[in-house]
Design a protein around this ligand. Sequence first.
Ligand code: FES
Length: 160
Amino acid sequence: MQNTNLDSILESRRSQPHQLIEVLQDIQEQHGYISEETMATVSEELGVPLMDVYSVASFYKSFSLKPRGKNVITICTGTACHVRGAKLIVNQANAQLDVAPGETTDDGQFTIEHVNCVGACALAPVVTENGSYHHHMDSGKLRKLIKSLESKDTEENSND
Ligand code: FES
């Protein structure tokens, strides 16, 4: 992360340990992940033990400790989604992109994640793609979704 960005996030919050979650949210939002180096700076500047910064950053699913891909596909594997075929959707993502949940493709285009429930059990199985919900998913629908994101990325790159 560029230090100037981090400086502006930390400005007026230094030595204020209660600002930890807000600071981490801003870092996540602006940079897509929170690196170890950034956690050490936050620890020092807010006066929060590094272990506590790490605990908070790793506890909340909305924080990522690794860089994420351009497209983040989150597959719900909670009970309702599981009984309606979430495993087949995970297998599809794995086969099509060659990554397991929690991993990012080598080209940095896709990150696959899984969560325990997104609160839409009646619409199971559920997948979110860059924050948009897709309900009643199956492996065929996921295959098409990934293909359409790949074509969109190719189009954008050819227009650059
Ligand atoms: S278990 Fe998947 S939305 Fe609740």
